[in-house]
Every structure is written in structure tokens, then in C-alpha cells.
Design a protein around this ligand. Structure first.
Ligand SMILES: *Cc1c(COP(=O)(O)O)cnc(C)c1O
Length: 396
């Protein structure tokens, strides 16, 4: 089928919850994707921070293939090696957290919200159920996580929302302190806001949240679904600050392209979830966990985090040169390979023009160009995008 035929057929049979570009991809390798007509594109979005090792990385493909020939699924009534291995790796490379596995970011946050309520109730009684979350945050599309998300456009039409959330401006410690009361069981925050426009919080913010939570035995939950798995130059975004959360959620990049989610919790917090309190049929699936283990081992063994910091700095410098040339770029920000250029105008047309020229980027909160290339992106590929952006922005 041609690209046009595939798009036309898809539009007949899919519910249009996404505003999709008229492109159907059929193959990927490294940072390159090919559409059904054979046109090549360089991927600076990596499936929104999912394909962290690029497309079809040989180690991930080999791990999936081997596991698919060995064991596809058993119930969580039993143990499997891949699930235990991923949990062990995550515990050893983070804060010794214990893992609950699921299949997506929203599910990981649902698990975190349930655990926060349960911990609050277990330790402080039934009135401790409120979660403080941030304006312009994004935590998922389930009924619980849209209530947690601080964007009315995500909530509109689905009211009444799940009660028990208060939203305060991101980066504002005094607002968090003011919102805290005897009902507060947790503070939920992204170490860098992703969908909200790659917003890096002010210096000392995460430390301040940690302090406010510690004073009241309120749980600090980091949604690392976008910042996790290397994109910021550390395995987890919180490692920039050294502030350790009580609960961390991961998904997107963890299995390099297969569906997976995980909630990690400090053991004394995790203790509130006993047998029968939560579950997921597919959670911790052997194939997804084998892929995750391959991703995590590749990142550490090949020292990809050093690569992310180096290419990220190179990319950032290039974006700053564009900013100096085009005054309508009002800000350039981010960490590692989670970068953004904010314009003084809507930027959807910039994304479309880049796509026509063979580059996948993204526009978030209307005016922010977001870049989340795979961790294996090269300086040469960055040069290609920068030249394309230069040509596109020259038309403004
Ligand atoms: C993508 C994302 C989610 C939701 O993940 P899904 O897998 O789409 O459910 C939650 N939080 C953050 C920070 C995200 O970027």
C-alpha cells in the first residue's frame, strides 16, 4: 500500500483521538524512519522519548526474539526471571525502591496515586487522601490521571473529576506549602515538565519539596515517565538534584519501544500494598521486561549517558545560535537530549515544514518546539536538523 492509501484506510477505521500527520511509517533503524513510499526521516522525537536506543536496536531486538521463543506470559501468581532482573537493576541504580509493574505511564501513576492514598490512610487515617499536583503537568489519560493532570484541556468533557487534587504553579514552593494541610498525602511532580513545555524548575525546588514533605510525612512522587531512562543525561531526572523521591514512576523509554510501566517505592512505603490491593494482568510481562533489561544494560555498558550530555550540549549550543539569529525564539532550555525552543508564536507549522523536509520534531503547549531524539543521535544528525530548522525559520 502507498502512504496515501494507508492514511485513507486508517482514517476510515480509527477513532480520531489523535491529530495525526498524513504519514504511515513502515520501518525504522537507528534514528531513521521510512514511510510507506520509501521516504526517509530523521527522528528527533523517538516516539515521545520511547525508542531511547533508536529504532530496532540490535540488542533490544535480540532480547525480545530470544524471550519470545522462551516464554511469552505467565500470571503474576508466579515469578519470572526478566521481571525480577529489571526490578533488581532499577533498585540498584536508583534508591533501592521496590517495583510494581504495569503497562503504561498512566497506569504507573494510577499505582502511585493508589499507594499514596493507602499509605496516608494506613499511617494517618482516612482523611489523608489529597494530592498536590502542578499546573501544566501531564500524568496520563485515565480518569485518575486526568484529575492529577494540571491542564483543563485534558479534563474538559469528562467531569465530574476524581476528587482529591489541588493544583499549584510549578516551581512555586510557597504555593505548595500553602496548599498543604491535614488532608495532604502526597506531592506529585515531574522533575522537568515534559508536555508542559520542557520546563526546568528553579534551583532548589525539588530540595524544597523534599523538605516540605519530610516535615509532614507527605510522600514525594516523581513522575519520571518522560525524564527517566537517560534523556536528561542521567538515568533518572531526579539525579541532577540528588533529591530522592518516595515513589517514582517510569514508562515510555524503559523497554525501548514495548509497552511497560513501573512504579518504584521505598520499601516502608511499598509496605502499604499487600496481596490483593493492586494488580495488572500483563504487568511485568517477560518480553517487555527482557527488552527493558537490554535497554538498561546497553545504556550503562555503552556509557550512553556521557554521550547524551555531550551531544546534548552540542545541540543546545546550536539552538542558542538559532536564537541569536531569530529573535522570535524567546527561550532555549532543557537538559541533555530533552530540549526545547520556545517561540513567540504558534509553532505547529514549523513542525509540518520539518516533516516535509524529513525531520520529526514536536510542538507542545502551542509555542514550544520540543526535541527528544534517541540517546544514540549523532552530532552529524543534529547538524542536519539545525540546518533544516534554520531554513524553515528563515521563512518566518
Ligand atoms: C507520557 C506521559 C505520561 C503518560 O504515559 P502513557 O504511557 O501515555 O499513559 C505520564 N506522565 C508523563 C510525564 C508523561 O510524559
Amino acid at each position: 500500500m502507498t502512504n496515501a492509501e494507508l492514511v485513507a484506510q486508517a482514517e476510515r477505521v480509527l477513532i480520531p483521538t489523535y491529530r495525526r500527520f498524513p504519514v504511515a511509517f513502515v520501518r525504522g533503524r537507528g534514528a531513521t524512519l521510512w514511510d510507506a513510499d520509501g521516504k526517509a526521516y530523521t527522528d528527533f522525537l523517538s516516539g515521545i522519548a520511547v525508542c531511547v536506543l533508536g529504532h530496532c536496536h540490535p540488542r533490544v531486538v535480540a532480547a525480545i526474539t530470544k524471550q519470545a521463543e522462551t516464554l511469552l506470559h505467565v500470571s503474576n501468581f508466579y515469578h519470572t526471571l526478566p521481571q525480577t532482573e529489571v526490578a533488581t537493576f532499577l533498585a540498584e541504580h536508583s534508591f533501592g525502591g521496590q517495583a510494581f509493574f504495569c503497562n503504561s505511564g498512566a497506569e504507573a501513576n494510577e499505582a502511585a496515586l493508589k499507594l499514596a492514598r493507602k499509605y496516608g490512610r494506613d499511617h494517618h487515617g482516612p482523611e489523608r487522601f489529597e494530592v498536590i499536583a502542578m499546573v501544566n503537568s501531564f500524568h496520563g489519560r485515565t480518569l485518575g490521571t486526568v484529575a492529577a493532570t494540571g491542564q483543563t484541556k485534558v479534563q474538559h468533557g469528562f467531569e465530574p473529576l476524581l476528587p482529591g487534587f489541588r493544583h499549584v504553579p510549578y516551581g512555586d514552593l510557597a504555593a505548595v506549602e500553602q496548599a498543604m494541610n491535614e488532608h495532604t498525602c502526597a506531592v506529585l511532580v515531574e522533575p522537568i515538565q515534559g508536555e508542559g513545555g520542557v520546563v526546568v524548575p528553579p534551583e532548589g525546588y525539588l530540595e524544597g519539596l523534599r523538605h516540605l514533605c519530610d516535615q509532614r510525612d507527605v510522600l514525594l512522587i516523581f513522575d519520571e515517565i518522560q525524564t527517566g531512562i537517560g534523556h536528561t543525561g542521567y538515568l533518572f531526572g531526579y539525579q541532577h538534584s540528588g533529591v530522592v523521591p518516595d515513589i517514582m514512576t517510569l514508562a515510555k523509554g524503559l523497554a525501548g519501544g514495548l509497552p511497560i510501566g513501573v512504579m518504584l517505592a521505598k520499601p516502608h512505603v511499598a509496605a502499604s500494598l499487600g496481596p490483593g490491593t493492586h494488580g495488572s494482568t500483563f504487568g511485568g510481562n517477560p518480553v517487555a521486561c527482557s527488552a527493558a533489561l537490554a535497554v538498561l544494560q546497553t545504556i550503562t555498558e555503552e556509557d550512553l549517558l556521557a554521550h547524551v550530555r555531550q551531544v546534548g550540549a552540542y545541540f543546545m549550543a546550536g539552538l542558542r545560535r538559532l536564537q541569536a539569529k531569530y529573535p522570535f525564539i524567546v527561550d532555549v532550555r532543557g537538559r541533555g537530549l530533552m530540549l526545547a525552543a520556545e517561540l513567540d508564536r504558534p509553532c505547529a507549522h514549523v513542525v509540518s515544514k520539518c516533516l516535509e523536509r524529513g525531520y520529526l520534531i514536536n510542538c507542545t503547549v502551542d509555542r514550544v518546539l520540543r526535541f527528544l531524539p534517541p540517546l544514540i543521535i549523532t552530532e552529524q544528525e543534529v547538524d542536519g536538523l539545525l540546518a533544516t530548522l534554520d531554513a524553515v525559520l528563515a521563512e518566518e
